[in-house]
Unconditional design. Structure first.
Ligand SMILES: O=C(O)CCC(=O)C(=O)O
Length: 357
């Protein structure tokens, strides 16, 4: 195998401890990945999810037989028949492979990727302080909420909510603000909009996508974010063996990847490098994946790849990676790993022109 050399060295993804909404905003607005180190280290999942607990939860949710992905080459996993297939496996065999793999070479690799979150694990994820802490860290409260709130009598509740928390542009300004004042105003707003909250709660209850008790406890401006990011039907569990590879691909959504057990190594590329990354043809179901195998690069077949700019990081337990929509990423599990993804939708104007295909 020829050794492959990129033109430029990999850039480490920026790690932020104790991030505030306005700092996160700079990355979110500019569609840059960022690693959040200080938010989730003391979350319930980090304290309580271990083999025993996961075993109980999975048994309760799925019984003794699990449907998991088994890689065709014992390395790569994507939802495509040419790469990996679904098999049935006993809970015990699967957990043994994840938590007690002996030798890398002989070990058989499996990946459990749920399409929604097992309910017990979901409850642990949405503990109120956790939800509030995360939202505070990623949401920029704009200047309307920092001292220039409109007079309630001249504005309808709907208009105020929209002004204060336009989700699509929720990180729209880079100004910082006084948090005490902000908290006061959040309180005032909650009082003002009881009726509004009631309607949102009722809608959420009917759709059953979030826990409405948690939602009703949150400051009103946070509720829209909670409903988008902490949905049981979009949150996913990724539990798999050491050495699993999720090959280079992009997603059409914003995404937070929370690492709970083990470490993962990631390589990312901007969507602007898409022409250098050799995606599968746009008419196929693999158009969001690359033909390149980053661990065994064929430089004759992919001559332009060397011009692409890599961004890299290792994600440790308690850390959260924000991946902007359409950013390419390749993920290697360095250990038996458990992660949770929290994706949320983009608006149509967030699709980069070069990705309209
Ligand atoms: O953790 C992995 O193996 C893949 C995660 C991923 O691709 C994602 O979060 O979009």
């Amino acid at each position: 195998m020829m050794t492959f050399k990129f033109d430029s060295a990999a850039i480490p993804i920026k790690r932020l401890d104790d991030v505030s909404g306005s700092t996160f905003n700079r990355f979110y607005k500019n569609k840059r990945p960022v690693l959040l180190t200080g938010i989730a280290t003391d979350w319930l999942p980090l304290q309580t999810w271990n083999e025993e607990y996961i075993k109980d939860v999975l048994y309760e949710e799925f019984g003794n037989e699990l449907k998991v992905l088994k890689s065709n080459d014992n390395k790569h996993f994507i939802n495509h028949v040419q790469v990996s297939e679904k098999i049935e496996i006993s809970l015990e065999t699967f957990l043994d492979a994840v938590f007690h793999a002996k030798k890398d070479i002989e070990a058989v690799r499996y990946y459990l990727r749920t399409h929604s979150m097992p309910s017990k694990l979901y409850q642990d994820m949405i503990e109120r302080e956790q939800v509030e802490g995360l939202i505070k860290s990623i949401c920029h409260v704009d200047n309307v909420n920092c001292g220039q709130m409109k007079e309630p009598e001249s504005t309808t509740p709907n208009e105020i909510v929209k002004d204060i928390y336009p989700w699509e542009e929720f990180l729209d300004s880079e100004e910082t603000c006084d948090h005490e004042q902000e908290a006061d105003q959040v309180g005032q707003l909650n009082e003002l909009h009881d009726q509004e909250t009631g309607t949102q709660l009722e809608e959420a209850r009917q759709r059953r996508i979030v826990n409405v008790e948690v939602m009703s406890d949150l400051p009103l401006p946070y509720q829209a974010v909670y409903q988008k990011v902490f949905r049981i039907d979009t949150m996913q569990l990724w539990l798999g063996t050491k050495g699993n590879i999720t090959p280079l691909h992009f997603d059409r959504n914003h995404g937070l990847l929370l690492q709970v057990i083990g470490c993962k190594e990631l390589v990312l590329f901007s969507h602007t490098d898409t022409p250098l990354l050799y995606p599968h043809p746009s008419h196929t179901s693999r158009s969001h994946t690359s033909k390149v195998n980053l661990r065994d690069i064929d430089s004759k077949r992919f001559p332009h790849l060397k011009h692409a700019q890599r961004y890299t990081c290792v994600l440790n337990p308690g850390e959260i990676l924000y991946t902007p929509p359409f950013w390419w990423h390749d993920v290697t599990s360095l250990d038996g790993c458990l992660s949770v993804t929290l994706p949320w939708d983009i608006s149509i104007d967030e699709i980069p022109l070069n990705m309209l295909m």
